[in-house]
Design a protein around this ligand. Structure first.
Ligand SMILES: C=CC1=C(C)c2cc3[nH]c(cc4nc(cc5[nH]c(cc1n2)c(C)c5CCC(=O)O)C(CCC(=O)O)=C4C)c(C)c3C=C
Ligand code: FE2
Ligand code: FE2
Length: 365
């Protein structure tokens, strides 16, 4: 059959609005086989690697998936928690906390989380929301800065799910939130919290995930979004141009990626005389391998080796209350016009009228 079976349909039940928070995904375990499964799905996505499949598949299966899983698994092992991968646990917690805020406000929202690669899948999340009576669903890719490599891929997967639905919910999505005031406020609150505990460093470096440079020339707005986030955050924190800068991390492969790269930037800052460096990753909604291993562990080594004296990684937004409140604001704005209150029950006066009508009908028979 072409279409997935519809959930049991109940007449007259209250409909709800669903929210699906979607992040990238992460392996199930810090082991080479689990990382291989994850990377095979991730790196086969043509949105992520824009090399013709005939050229890319032999490289992916012949080289990358033989070598990288063991190396990456060792890195994952260094940041793994008793509750699993940090990215998985923070994303789950973000959905739980947003649900709690909606419940407290009396809003008929059902919040779930999903992962673009690995589990829980986007299809599982959408199936569950539909089965819970959500006739309207807001998809929130947890990427503040839009990129074809990430945000668009989430929507590809949502569209694949839609192709096999007989009854479609109304779907909206948050394309980007890199300049949303509530997001900038949450970033500023996170940095100020850190300053209150550790003091203010000599310099604040914002490290964003990189993408191949050619995507910029082909029209991807990611690079501009990162710079705008930096400008707005600097304004909100009252930092001048020499107190804050931006770099791009996590380069993959041989091609040129967006510059400046994070690693040489860390060395250059130390050489320039920055003693106390604080690094913050506003492009990651949750701490993950790229922030906890690449920045907090490796980045720290690089900076100290180059002559720096003190290095701190400022945690990502994770479950910071200002960020959950920002998510609530983003959801409210994007669901404007959708009923967020539970479907209204008949009011007493209407019920009385119905009772009288029923009596009158009965008397006529
Ligand atoms: C191969 C190209 C890659 C592109 C393009 C890319 C873009 C991109 N990624 C994120 C966010 C995350 N990436 C993470 C891990 C990760 N990224 C790549 C490759 C590309 N990313 C790889 C191969 C990996 C896996 C780890 C490794 O083997 O090095 C993560 C962390 C996942 C976790 O489990 O913790 C995140 C988050 C963004 C935002 C982005 C484009 C803007
Ligand atoms: Fe990545
Ligand atoms: Fe990395």
């Amino acid at each position: 059959m072409r279409y997935a079976p519809e959930p049991e349909y109940r007449h007259g039940r209250a409909t709800r609005t669903g929210v699906l928070l979607v992040n990238l995904g992460t392996p199930d375990a810090p082991t080479a086989p689990a990382v291989r499964r994850y990377l095979a799905q991730f790196l086969s996505d043509p949105r992520v690697v824009e090399i013709p499949a005939a050229l890319w598949k032999p490289i992916l299966h012949g080289i990358i998936l033989r070598v990288r899983p063991a190396k990456s698994a060792a890195k994952y092992a260094s940041i793994w928690t008793p509750e699993g991968s940090p990215l998985a646990l923070w994303t789950r917690r973000q959905a739980e906390e947003l649900q709690r805020l909606a419940d407290a406000a009396g809003e008929a929202l059902t919040v779930r989380h999903a992962m673009r690669y690995g589990q829980p899948s986007i299809a599982t999340g959408l199936d569950a929301l539909k089965a819970e009576g959500c006739e309207r669903i807001l998809v929130v890719p947890m990427y503040p800065q839009y990129s074809g490599t990430t945000t668009a891929s989430v929507m590809d997967d949502v569209h694949r799910w839609q192709l096999v639905q007989r009854t479609l919910p109304e779907i909206r999505w948050v394309r980007q939130h890199h300049d949303e005031p509530a997001y900038i406020d949450a970033l500023a609150a996170r940095v100020r919290d850190h300053w209150a505990r550790e003091g203010r460093g000599d310099h604040l470096l914002l490290s964003f995930h990189g993408v191949p440079e050619r995507t910029l020339h082909l029209g991807d707005p990611y690079h501009c979004h990162c710079y705008k986030t930096q400008r707005l955050l600097a304004e909100r924190l009252g930092l001048t141009a020499d107190q804050i800068s931006l770099s791009f991390q996590s380069r993959f492969g041989k091609a040129k990626w967006l510059e400046p790269y994070t690693e040489p930037t860390l060395q250059a800052l130390a050489k320039k005389g920055v003693k106390h460096l604080q690094v913050f990753c506003p492009g990651f909604a949750a701490d993950c391998l790229e922030t906890l291993e690449e920045i907090a562990i490796e980045g720290s080594h690089v900076f100290l080796q180059a002559g720096g004296q003190r290095f701190e990684h400022i945690p990502c937004l994770n479950d910071h209350p200002a960020w959950i409140a920002a998510l609530q604001a983003i959801v409210r704005r994007h669901s404007a016009g959708w009923p967020l209150q539970p479907a209204e029950l008949p009011r007493p006066a209407e019920r009385e009228a119905q009772r009288l009508q029923a009596l009158a009908l009965g008397a006529k028979q």
